[in-house]
Design a protein around this ligand. Structure first.
Ligand SMILES: [Mg+2]
Length: 308
């Protein structure tokens, strides 16, 4: 079984209208990955989206949606990154070129030869798993495990464009740990790191709607991108988030205001993007609202109206 740290074992989806082919391929590959099967193209598309397999073995000749059509539909999904290998009985150069042009990484031919199938599929399975692993490293903050600033910068622009097209309200929460420098100075950097981990965990647990993106913006500042969220909803979320932190009751022994626990200050903003506005303004407004929360005595959430 091929495995990488933190990822578990690889997943292969076999899409083939022949039960016999499904069984033969499953038997050949069951030792290297978790195997799932779909009986036709439409089911293949559904299962591919639900399972996010590392490798899809896609029969070219199927009634209804054929393999090439399945491939085209899947390739249009923005988050699709499975490796597609076509399975075909055609061995001509023309078919080989067509398969690669459709976006397959490789293909296997029928009748199946055990050693070849296993070697080729293993190679692509491993490559795809390594890609996932590296992408995770690139997008995540090493200390807290939430997404990093690099991913935030990418996602805020992407979500901005998506909400512009849909004419939906996009909200942003900026969250800063109160008196974090004094926490670090009094308890040491290791305790500071543990505090940031606890904050990130609390934020992740509290962000339960699909599409919410929790990131470490920098230092002790975090940001949450809130898709299809109005200003009112964002402010309620911010206030609720402050309560979640108070309930965490993480001791803070060095606050000048005498509050005995770690709290956060939150700034929020929201807008329906237009062609004349920019994501950077949303960040600036949320950040400005965060500054107001600090001014107002911390441990609170403030909404900042979108605008220059
Ligand atoms: Mg077939």
């Amino acid at each position: 079984m091929l495995e990488l740290p933190g990822q578990g074992k690889g997943v292969i989806l076999i899409v083939d209208d022949s039960k016999m082919n499904q069984q033969i391929l499953s038997a050949m590959l069951k030792d290297i990955a978790e195997i799932h099967c779909a009986d036709h193209g439409e089911e293949g598309v559904m299962m591919a989206q639900a399972l996010h397999p590392n490798v899809i073995l896609l029969d070219v000749e199927m009634p209804g949606m054929n393999g090439y059509e399945v491939c085209r539909v899947l390739k249009q999904k923005p988050s699709f990154d499975s490796a597609i290998m076509f399975v075909t009985s055609h061995t001509s150069e023309e078919h080989e070129i067509r398969a690669l042009k459709e976006g397959a990484v490789d293909f296997i031919t029928k009748p199946f030869k055990y050693e070849i199938v296993k070697a080729r599929v293993s190679a692509h399975l491993m490559l795809n798993m390594q890609n996932h692993f590296l992408r995770n490293l690139v997008n995540h903050d090493g200390l807290t495990g939430v997404f990093n600033r690099r991913h935030f910068d990418e996602m805020i622009e992407q979500e901005w464009r998506r909400h512009l097209r849909a004419q939906a309200s996009l909200a942003l929460a900026m969250i800063d740990v109160d008196f974090f420098k004094l926490y670090n100075d009094s308890l040491g950097h290791q305790a500071g790191d543990d505090c940031l981990k606890a904050v990130a965990k609390c934020l992740s647990k509290s962000s339960r709607r699909p599409g919410e993106i929790v990131t470490r913006y920098g230092g002790e500042e975090f940001a949450i991108i809130l898709p299809t969220t109005t200003g009112d909803e964002a402010l309620k979320f911010g206030q609720w988030l402050c309560e979640q932190f108070a309930q965490l009751a993480l001791p803070h022994p060095a606050r000048p205001d005498g509050v005995p626990i770690v709290t956060v200050s939150i700034g929020l903003s929201a807008t329906v993007p237009s062609l004349l506005t920019q994501a950077q303004t949303l960040i600036r407004c949320a950040d400005h609202a965060l500054y107001q929360s600090k001014e107002m005595g911390r441990n609170c959430a403030t909404f900042g109206l979108f605008g220059d």
